[in-house]
Design a protein. Structure first.
Ligand SMILES: C[S@@+](CC[C@H](N)C(=O)[O-])C[C@H]1O[C@@H](n2cnc3c(N)ncnc32)[C@H](O)[C@@H]1O
Length: 397
């Protein structure tokens, strides 16, 4: 039903060119004219994952251009994302010189947002990320020969023992112990975590939801050949060191002095600054993703505190009637709380898939003043694999 209504609404836009000149969006742009049904060729992956947006994989983020369009349209002075996730809203706000605040319940996501939006002394950063790699390399040659060195990098974590080959374990644990010697510890933690994700004993075709470790050679659907389980982490640490540096440098060229605050808290009760004139966010989709679980390797390696009980709408709660009721209450509580810090008539733009009709502005202290719908994943010119999303435009009442 939801899909059909949207498909009809955007049918006319289908054969027209979607918006790609994002800087052309102005306050006077009519939202009814926005065509956001990008095909892969209109908005290729490298643009959607530009600069720091690809510092670390994260399931369930929205594309930065979506944020940019609405920030250009509404020109807020203080934008807030109560479900900040990997920090897309905050990065885009900063690039446009707009102050921003984000909140997330997962400490790993907060770390990622802070790393993306921090200021760096690039020459110092460059020295540090090469130095830690050089030191790891020096230790690496001693792993098999020196039992004393070997013992330094053992772990009690059953997860690490289960999901990493012995050599990869040592390399990751060694890198993680060295981090404390540097200024940019959080950034090094992100490189470590990204490398750990790639170095897990998983098949190349199931990086997101692996069930059991892959310890033997296997027929790989992604590469159409026999692939070997990963035995080391060093090659990923080395690759992501270079990639991270490039991305941070690229963003530093457009980074502005606008302020970014990232709270690690439950957005139903977090203390916020007054004067928020726009919220831009995508709440968790109900029953789809466990946001702590997706970065379990990072929680284990970095010893991060798990707050998953406070996640709204996690996959493990499913999509039952009870789960839906709890979800709606959770989302409404976030907006009822947030509106206390908003300017009169402040706006909340919420990116959702609303097939269950769960989002009711009035129950959260807002009224709906507009909606923009779009077809997601329009990889080809055809309509196959339809998945739609709505950008709800609410105003505080
Ligand atoms: C759909 S994701 C947001 C993704 C984000 N738009 C991005 O581009 O990265 C939803 C986020 O809500 C967070 N979350 C869930 N329950 C929360 C709560 N009670 N308070 C704050 N954040 C919460 C999750 O940890 C997750 O990062």
């Amino acid at each position: 039903m939801y899909d059909n209504v949207i498909a009809q609404k955007i049918a006319k836009q289908y054969n027209q060119q979607p918006l790609t000149d994002f800087a052309s969006v102005k306050p006077e742009t009519d939202i009814e004219t926005l065509n956001l049904n990008w095909r892969e060729s209109d908005l290729p992956e490298y643009k959607r994952t530009k600069h720091v947006h690809r510092l670390h994989p994260y399931l369930g983020k929205f594309i930065p251009q979506l944020v940019e369009i609405f920030l250009r349209k509404y020109k807020p002075t203080l934008v807030y994302d109560p479900f900040a996730g990997s920090g897309t809203t905050l990065v885009e706000a900063n690039a446009l010189g707009i102050d921003s605040v984000g909140t997330d319940i997962s400490i790993f996501n907060v770390l990622l947002s802070r790393v993306k939006t921090a200021d760096y002394n690039i020459p110092l950063l460059e020295r540090e990320i090469h130095d830690i790699l050089r030191r790891l390399d020096a230790y690496k040659s001693k792993f098999s020969k020196d039992q004393k060195v070997n013992k330094l990098f053992l772990t009690k974590s059953e997860y690490i023992q289960k999901w990493f080959a012995p050599n990869a374990q040592k390399e990751l644990l060694c890198y993680s112990r060295l981090i404390k010697d540097y200024t940019y510890q959080d950034l090094l933690k992100v490189i470590l975590s990204r490398s750990a994700r790639s170095a897990r004993l998983v098949t190349h075709y199931d990086l997101d939801f692996p069930k059991e470790p892959q310890t033997k050679p296997y027929q790989c659907y992604k590469h159409q050949r026999t692939c070997q389980p990963v035995e080391e982490a060093y090659k990923f640490l080395s690759r992501y060191t270079i990639d991270t540096l490039d991305r941070v440098k690229e963003f530093s060229k457009i980074k502005t002095k606008a302020k970014v605050i990232v709270n690690h808290a439950d957005s139903r009760e977090v203390e916020l600054p007054m004067g928020i004139d726009m919220v831009f966010t995508s709440p968790p989709y109900i029953g789809l993703i466990d946001y702590h679980e997706q970065h379990k390797y990072a929680y284990e390696l970095l010893g991060l505190k798990n707050n998953e009980k406070r996640e709204i709408g996690p996959a493990k709660n499913g999509q039952s009637q009870q789960a839906k009721q709890d979800y709606i209450k959770g989302i409404n509580d976030v907006f009822l709380h947030t509106r206390k810090f908003m300017t009169p008539k402040g706006l909340a733009l919420i990116v959702v898939n609303d097939k269950y009709g769960l989002y009711k502005a009035e129950d959260a202290g807002f009224k709906e003043i507009g909606r923009v719908e779009r077809h997601v994943n329009r990889r080809t010119g055809r309509r196959g694999g339809a998945f739609y999303e709505s950008i709800l435009i609410w105003q505080k009442i």
